[in-house]
Design a protein. Structure first.
Length: 726
């Protein structure tokens, strides 16, 4: 038996084996060696079927030539079954060369027994005794299936003749197969008409060649040489696991959850595909698919002017401004305050604003500047947002300036005197003083206690500091500070460096409504930042926009079910005060003043000035138990003496207006394309502030080495820095 030049492609547990002749043309011949347990009719039928499956020629003349070349015994024309008329006619044309005859069973048995007595090589096939039993279903065509590698399956089997819509689909299919079967490919040729690759395993003969089908856009697998002997890769990485592959694998998951983190992406790919990627690959893969789903980071900066116009169009009265560097038009700040927020704050919220900030993680890192108010129920009320390229004096000043102008424009010259809470850094203090000259500016106690804890690391002292800040009277404040001094005089002196009029409730001139902190992001809006972080700038702001829209709707609907005159939190405080006032003894001095006796002493209440010696009424805005006792004694309506912002009706006015959605990005993006404007450029890279490099003191007596240039032979410089003309 003639030995084929190419390696035998021998799937396990198959009745038929094939030798593949790798030709350069379109013809692919396969030497068929039937198991003697099958008749020649079945073999002939299966050869036709196989040629149909693998894309080879099915012309009868070609099959006849194949039989003549390999001296396979021809068939008898009368015994050929299941062959169409055209094929029979083609075969009949060859009867002049040889008559088709079917060998008897004895001849076949003798040939089989003779073959069994001969020694065979590893590439030859053993024959068994012929048995005329019905033939099984035809075997699959020769394939690239790497039977020795784990994970092999029919979904990743590459067969000769398999077609693909184009070269990109062909490359993608081969890439996915390599990743699934855990072997790496090296591309030899790749262009618009052909693709050739081989296994990167050392000594592995596997090789595949694909080419474009003539007069058609499709690609087909032409040849597959050998089978894998490498056993696959053993490391966790994979050369074909590119950023493009990561993006394709994650497309559906990122549609469902756009906030999937790179770390979670790495874990998912390792769990499903067993591949370990770098953090950068996961990040770039997510960035690529998010850009295709939405818009690129760079493109969204260019769309900011149109986005601001869309905000003002859909929400009349809103303020939406983008500021750019006048030198290079690079992004500096995006400020947005919705009309519903401005109106709700001025009409019904407490006259109290907290300023906070948060770092934003994204392709272009930035900082979120945030101004919030507080509604009658004590909940955070987002007032204005600003995304800036970095936190600096200029951006804080611009943010507070825009906030002041937006409030002033809607207050109709009736702006309440505000209380502003912040960390009181110099850049913020200067902006507040410029934009809100009449406002009371207080220090965030949370910020103060964090600094105190870092300095002294004493939880008992921190607790005493909080108690001193919450003290309602100067006497109580002094008592707490004396305790701190007794424990640590250094801590007492450190606290005294901050004026108590900035942070202590008993000494602060403005009305804080019991609010001591400005870290609203940490308390209430952390989830907003987490959802928005990592998104392009417009998508980031839209995340805040959608959250604000839902917040207004939910709180507006919730307030419709309230039956009390005051908001629930104020109602509870007032009911508690009424309960406590039952044990007080009240003595009226005149129309306005009362003396109220308690178990702890006596206090003076003035219902006309709305003040009490305990100062709770002034600081919190609700009558204390002493005031309630005095009001009830003269049959006054206690609810009328609560601040107007605590009424249920006032709360409903706070959320009366709606935050409207903006239209689809495609519409206002088309406007920018029509205008032909370049738009805002991406932010300039901000250099990290690094510690100054320590300069080593030079030795006085040390002689410096003289360096010579190898190019001009002069001293004082090297060849790489030489500028001498040659």
């Amino acid at each position: 038996m003639a030995k084929a030049n190419d390696e035998l492609v021998k799937p396990d547990n198959r009745d038929f084996s094939f030798r593949q002749d790798h030709l350069t043309g379109f013809r692919h011949n396969y030497e068929l060696y039937p198991n003697p347990s099958h008749d020649y009719n079945s073999a002939f039928e299966q050869l036709l079927d196989i040629n149909l499956q693998i894309g080879g020629s099915c012309e009868a003349s070609e099959i006849w030539n194949h039989f003549q070349e390999h001296k396979v015994m021809p068939l008898q024309d009368s015994t050929i079954k299941h062959i169409d008329e055209a094929t029979k006619e083609a075969i009949g044309n060859h009867q002049s060369d040889s008559f088709l005859s079917f060998p008897d069973s004895e001849t076949v048995i003798e040939a089989s027994q003779k073959q069994e007595s001969q020694e065979i090589n590893n590439d030859d096939l053993a024959y068994n005794t012929i048995d005329f039993t019905p033939s099984p279903p035809p075997p699959p065509p020769p394939s690239s299936q790497c039977w020795s590698l784990p994970g092999a399956g029919p979904d990743h089997e590459m067969a000769v003749g398999m077609e693909f819509p184009d070269v990109h689909a062909c490359r993608k299919a081969l890439r996915d197969t390599a990743i699934s079967l855990r072997f790496e490919m090296h591309t030899i040729k790749s262009d618009k008409t052909r693709f050739t690759a081989k296994c990167m395993g050392e000594g592995c003969p596997w090789r595949i060649h694909c080419a474009k089908v003539p007069n058609a856009p499709t690609f087909t697998i032409r040849t597959i040489h050998g089978s894998h002997t490498c056993g696959g890769i053993s490391h966790l990485g994979h050369q074909q696991a590119s950023v493009t592959w990561v993006a394709e694998v994650l497309a559906e998951k990122l549609k469902e959850n756009p906030h999937l983190k790179p770390k979670e992406i790495l874990e998912e790919i390792h769990r499903v595909h067993g591949i370990a990627l770098s953090y950068k690959q996961a990040w770039r893969g997510k960035e690529r698919i998010m850009a295709s789903l939405r818009c690129s980071f760079d493109e969204e900066y260019r769309l900011l002017p149109q986005y601001c116009e869309e905000i003002k169009r859909t929400n009349p009265g809103s303020v939406a401004v983008v500021h750019a560097n006048p030198i290079d038009e690079s992004f500096q700040q995006l400020f947005i305050s919705f009309q519903a927020s401005i109106s709700g704050f001025l009409n019904s919220c407490r006259p109290l604003i907290a300023l906070d900030k948060a770092c934003l993680k994204s392709k272009y890192p930035g900082t979120l500047l945030l101004a919030t108010g507080f509604d009658g129920d004590g909940a955070v009320f987002p007032l204005a947002f600003a995304i800036v390229n970095e936190e600096n004096d200029s951006n804080w000043f611009q943010f507070l300036s825009e906030l002041g102008k937006s409030l002033e424009a809607n207050s109709e010259n009736n702006m309440p005197r505000l209380t502003i809470l912040s960390t009181m850094e110099k850049q913020i203090a200067d902006g507040v003083e410029s934009s809100f000259p009449t406002a009371f500016h207080g220090l965030c106690v949370h910020h103060l206690t964090e600094q105190f804890q870092r300095e002294f690391h004493n939880s008992d002292l921190v607790s005493l500091l909080w108690e001193a800040a919450h003290s309602l009277t100067v006497l109580e404040y002094t008592s707490k500070m004396n305790k701190i001094e007794q424990i640590s005089p250094e801590a007492f002196l450190w606290i005294q460096s901050f004026s108590p009029s900035l942070w202590a409730s008993s000494c602060f001139e403005g009305t804080r409504y019991g609010r001591l902190t400005a870290n609203v992001i940490t308390e209430s809006l952390r989830s907003w930042i987490e959802d928005a972080s990592g998104l392009p700038i417009i998508q980031m702001m839209e995340c805040f926009h959608i959250r604000l829209m839902s917040l207004f709707k939910e709180r507006r609907e919730t307030s419709l079910h309230w039956s009390g005159e005051l908001v629930p939190s104020a109602e509870k405080q007032l009911l508690d005060a009424m309960e406590q006032s039952r044990v007080h003894r009240v003595y009226r001095a005149n129309e306005a003043e009362f003396e109220v006796m308690t178990g702890e002493g006596s206090v003076v209440v003035d219902i006309e000035k709305r003040s009490c010696l305990c100062r709770r009424w002034e600081i919190h805005g609700l009558p204390c138990s002493h005031a309630v006792g005095a009001l009830l004694s003269c049959e006054e309506d206690v609810y009328k003496y609560a601040e107007g912002c605590f009424s249920s009706e006032s709360y409903r006015r706070t959320y009366a207006e709606s935050v409207e959605p903006v239209s689809e990005k495609v519409e206002w993006k088309a406007e920018r394309d029509a205008d032909g404007e370049d738009g805002i450029r991406t932010p300039r890279a901000i250099r990290d502030v690094r510690r100054r490099k320590r300069v080593r003191a030079e030795d006085v007596g040390r002689v410096k080495r003289v360096v010579h240039c190898g190019r001009c032979n002069q001293t004082g410089h090297f060849r790489t820095t030489c500028v001498a003309p040659m």
